[in-house]
Design a protein around this ligand. Sequence first.
Ligand code: FAD
Length: 117
Amino acid sequence: KLGNETVKAELGRAAWKLFHTTMARFPEKPSADEKNALHSYILLFARLYPCGECAHHFQTILNKYPPQVTSRNTAAGWACHVHNEVNKSLDKEEFDCSKIGDFYDCGCADDETGSTD
Ligand code: FAD
């Protein structure tokens, strides 16, 4: 069966949006349990990503740049970096990771499980 580049790109945009917004809402001072949860989430996201070729490629990137989950800033910066690695391999422009701060907004009100600022 032939692939469909338009559908693959749409999935990618949706997935990246969820991925980066998850980092933007990760606690600034996560507990050990929260760090473990994000670490597992990232590895499973990479393993179960629906485009098999993409999943394989992303897992190779994660082997080189293991997930960084010690704080919100670290996680968001790391996610920006690995997305840029994917961008590079697809000949896309690099995103300026110093601008990641306010770019991903969940549109949700502050609650106990979310942001503390
Ligand atoms: P996207 O890369 O989807 O980015 C969406 C938006 O996010 C951009 O418009 C920009 O506003 C913002 N953004 C861009 N870079 C960053 C960054 N570094 N940090 C934060 N925000 C940023 N496609 C393939 O063809 N082959 C693959 O092997 C492949 N692997 C993928 C692996 C994963 C894990 C994911 C999630 C997607 C993968 N894709 C792959 C899809 C690909 O990355 C793009 O999502 C798709 O090509 C659409 O690209 P786009 O130009 O619309 O922007």
